[in-house]
Design a protein around this ligand. Structure first.
Ligand code: NI
Length: 253
């Protein structure tokens, strides 16, 4: 039973077909999926799906770093209210992204810090988006008192080692299957199996052999194939350990 720990099932692109995508997932033996919501509408949709399929769905909600200039105090208050309600399972994806735009670093940092504080208060794990911002991200994460998921990890090996010193899990997505990606496979090999997660980040980042197509939760199986191959372990062992790692986030809460 495979786990997709990060997909945007309720974004406009996927939401219209979500029933079909969940069916495809089940056929591919993917029966635990965390939906990532980046706005209120996606969040309310995700809660509805979770209500329908409580055993198969987890919900994460957080304000994305790229939106830092738009997010108001009212938005933060809403997130805090929902975090404290425990209707959501994880707070995220949150973090820093200097790849797309470096012009509002301070706003990104302030938003990230405010959300770490909400997660601490609500005792919720956090999902981290970190792109070309490793040093600043790790620095702010020292404030976190709850477990951390490094989503679609793409940093260097030294950064991964720093990340592993925290109470964290490292999640890998489709790019580890790409021919020209050397760093991803190196990181998978170096990441202890009991600290590792699988994800799609659908609709983005489809793994080989679906690269270039719209991604969906069912395709996490190809990423797990690659992880098993890199680890030299039977797929079933990897699948079971990933499930255990992911569920461990919720046991302590
Ligand atoms: Ni994402």
């Amino acid at each position: 039973m495979l786990t997709d720990t990060h997909c945007h099932l309720t974004c406009d692109e996927l939401y219209d077909h979500y029933e079909e995508l969940l069916e495809n997932a089940q056929k591919a033996d993917v029966d635990l999926i965390m939906i990532m919501a980046t706005n209120k509408e996606e969040y309310l949709r995700a809660l509805e799906i979770k209500e329908k399929y409580p055993d198969r769905i987890k919900v994460a909600f957080g304000w994305f770093p790229g939106d830092a200039q738009k997010i108001t105090q009212e938005d933060l208050d809403y997130l805090r209210q929902e975090a404290l309600s425990k209707r959501m399972d994880v707070l995220g994806e949150i973090g820093l992204d200097y790849y797309w735009d470096k012009s509002f670093k301070e706003e990104q940092k302030a938003l990230f810090k405010a959300q770490i504080e909400i997660a601490n208060e609500a005792n919720l794990p956090i999902s981290i988006h970190m792109r070309e911002a490793s040093q600043d991200t790790l620095e702010l994460l020292a404030l976190s008192k709850t477990p951390i998921i490094f989503h679609c990890f793409s940093g260097s090996l030294p950064i991964m080692k720093e990340a592993l010193k925290m109470n964290s899990l490292i999640s890998f997505a489709g790019p580890i299957t790409y021919k020209n990606n050397k760093q991803g496979p190196t990181n998978v090999e170096a990441c202890p199996l009991n600290r590792l997660l699988s994800e799609t980040d659908a609709p983005y980042l489809s793994p080989v052999p679906k690269r270039g197509k719209r991604n969906e939760p069912a395709y996490v199986t190809f990423t797990v194939d690659k992880i098993a191959q890199l680890k030299g372990l039977p797929k079933e062992e990897v699948v079971q350990q990933i499930r255990k790692n992911f569920l461990s986030l919720f046991e302590t809460h």
